[in-house]
Write a protein that binds this ligand. Structure first.
Ligand SMILES: Cc1cc2nc3c(=O)[nH]c(=O)nc-3n(C[C@H](O)[C@H](O)[C@H](O)COP(=O)(O)OP(=O)(O)OC[C@H]3O[C@@H](n4cnc5c(N)ncnc54)[C@H](O)[C@@H]3O)c2cc1C
Length: 541
């Protein structure tokens, strides 16, 4: 794009993304409708009976005009080429933020919306290094952009001390750069989406097995930059635990980290960039642990009389190390709502109390052994088997819930999630404190909770809140989120187990890592990014 084309009106996108609604989640072709059961529940529990006022059509959205000068644009185009730079509204709007409920509510606003001043698509490390140099010299902020699925404000087009901000979209870094089947390692380009990475690995009989709910859109670089956690993490570990090495371009130079399966060569610098959320450098490639595509899978669902009994059962399983790939437990409210929402496959047995799902992967012998050990532990802990159908139903519908969030918004109900983790000992008190904070801030709200990530010493808690949209939903959610964050910190939980920090959790970072911890992060940032162009306003207080 030439500088004089900068003022061109919004039209077709020059740099289109995979199909993703600009004001909602996911593929427009997969939108969901609310079932009669859910509509009944909304009316009975929340008094929500009508539809929310519709948001603007994309043609009605007004974006703040690009603040980049023709000189700036010429300097950026000189690095990436005109075909990989755009100031068109149709390219800026889809990169204006992430996919949290507040993001979606802001997209539905008829007020002028903020967006990056341009989108750049570098083709490799040299171009990224050159772009960072141009932006530092011209004082332009840079927001690295992976799949655009942040739910913590990680992609806000904040300018910090600068006049303009560009979205640095990593989509062109989409190659399988190396596969070492002997060691079980693959070097993946940061811009590969989850499905694209799995497809490339599957050609060689391998898989990564990292399935966050945002799997279809989120990228390898985004997983690393946010310390993502997938649904198979009981088996394969969190994404950060799967990382063997990282390549990172910073304004100060390029780092190639992680040269052996383990090392005593001082502090592990990979840890600095895992979870760095685009504030310290641009991750260009990630060396990850991969494993052969599992030959066999087995499923079994369980019912527990209450959440405490189910929690103790998951703890027993995890502490015995039975080798389950998926271990999750819904509380009573989530069990009830999920039953109303889940697409039925086959005749499912009635579920009462709390539903737990277990899945096992591996060779036939491994799966049989892991399944048997887990069954024995769950039976001993008071579980009743529901057979495999509800577990298969969970897997079948596991990427669909975000579509229901959009249908709920359309129906006038606010739906948002938050998550934390703590020790097994503190888990009940943390759950109680967060639930109390949320229900006090949003009287009448439905608060659902599940455990989906377990460790020998503790587990995560994932809350889903459904409330009437009402007046000023953004402000009401901000109040509820503040109350929940304060309750988490007071109760000894982490402010985020896997969603990352972004802008939304930044106010609690000092409580999380202490004032000295904050000074360390600031010092590292000052060294790597002296101009402060990388993702201002995120992560580091
Ligand atoms: C419906 C839904 C479900 C979700 N489910 C899960 C889940 O199950 N588990 C989970 O952990 N998270 C989940 N998330 C959150 C989100 O998907 C993750 O944080 C994901 O890892 C973000 O990846 P991304 O590629 O979309 O990154 P983006 O959203 O594009 O970016 C996230 C942050 O990382 C930075 N960044 C991105 N790529 C790079 C890079 N290459 N180098 C440096 N910085 C970079 C960005 O600047 C930003 O700060 C969910 C989100 C949604 C909307």
């Amino acid at each position: 794009m030439t500088p004089e084309k900068q003022a061109a009106p919004a039209g077709a996108a020059a740099l289109p993304l995979p199909p993703m609604k600009w004001d909602a989640w996911g593929d427009p072709g997969l939108a969901k409708e609310l079932s009669a059961d859910i509509k009944g529940l909304l009316a009975a529990a929340l008094g929500v009976t009508g539809d929310a006022a519709p948001g603007p059509d994309v043609s009605e959205v007004v974006l703040r005009p690009s603040a980049l000068t023709p000189d700036d644009l010429a300097a950026l185009a000189a690095v990436v080429g005109e075909a990989h730079l755009s100031t068109a509204d149709a390219d800026r709007l889809p990169r204006a933020g992430g996919k949290s409920t507040p993001d979606l509510l802001r997209r539905r606003s008829r007020e002028p919306q903020d967006a990056p001043d341009a989108v750049v698509l570098p083709g490799g490390e040299e171009e990224i290094a050159a772009l960072l140099a141009v932006c530092a010299e011209r004082r332009i902020a840079v927001v690295p952009f992976g799949g655009g699925t942040s739910v913590v404000g990680g992609l806000e087009p904040q300018r910090g001390a600068f006049a303009a901000v560009v979205s640095l979209d990593l989509r062109r870094l989409d190659q399988l750069l190396d596969l070492d089947g002997t060691s079980g390692e693959a070097l993946l380009g940061a811009g590969l989406t989850g499905p694209a990475a799995e497809a490339l690995l599957a050609e060689h009989g391998f898989e990564l097995g990292h399935y966050p709910q945002s799997f279809r859109y989120a990228t390898i670089g985004g997983f690393a930059a946010t310390r993502s956690s997938g649904q198979n993490s009981a088996g394969h570990g969190r994404f950060d635990e799967m990382v063997r090495g990282l390549r990172v371009v910073t304004p100060a130079g390029v780092l190639d980290l992680g040269r052996a399966p383990a090392s005593a060569a001082g502090p592990d610098l990979r840890e600095l960039f895992l979870g760095s959320e685009g504030t310290l450098g641009v991750i260009t490639a990630v060396r990850v642990r991969v494993h052969p595509v599992p030959a066999v899978k087995a499923y079994e669902a369980w019912s527990f009389p209450d959440f405490a009994t189910g929690t103790a059962a998951l703890r027993a399983v995890e502490q015995q190390g039975t080798g389950a790939t998926v271990l999750r437990l819904s509380d009573e409210a989530e069990t009830m709502v999920n039953l109303a929402m889940t697409e039925k496959i086959g005749g499912e047995p009635a579920v009462t109390g709390c539903l737990a799902v277990t899945v096992f992967e591996g060779t036939a012998e491994q799966v049989a052994a892991r399944h048997q050990l887990t069954r024995a532990a769950l039976l001993a802990a008071g579980g009743s088997s529901l057979g495999e159908t509800p577990a298969r139903a969970w897997e079948h519908g596991r990427f669909n819930a975000p579509y229901l969030r959009d249908a709920l918004l359309d129906a006038g109900a606010l739906c948002e999630t938050l998550e934390t983790a703590t020790s097994w000992q503190q888990l009940p008190a943390l759950r109680f404190a967060v639930t109390a904070a949320l229900t006090e801030a949003l009287p009448g709200a439905l608060v659902l909770c599940h455990i989906s990530h377990v460790y020998p010493t503790g587990a995560s808690l994932y809350f889903t809140v459904v409330a009437a949209l009402g007046e000023e939903p953004l402000e009401r959610w901000a109040t509820a989120k503040r109350a929940a964050g304060d309750a988490i910190v007071r109760s000894g939980g982490t402010i985020t187990h896997h969603h990352a920090v972004g802008t939304d959790h930044r106010p609690w970072m000092a409580a999380e890592i202490g004032e000295v911890g904050v000074r360390i992060l600031r010092a590292v940032k000052a060294e790597l990014d002296p101009a402060g162009i990388l993702n201002p306003g995120k992560l580091i207080p």
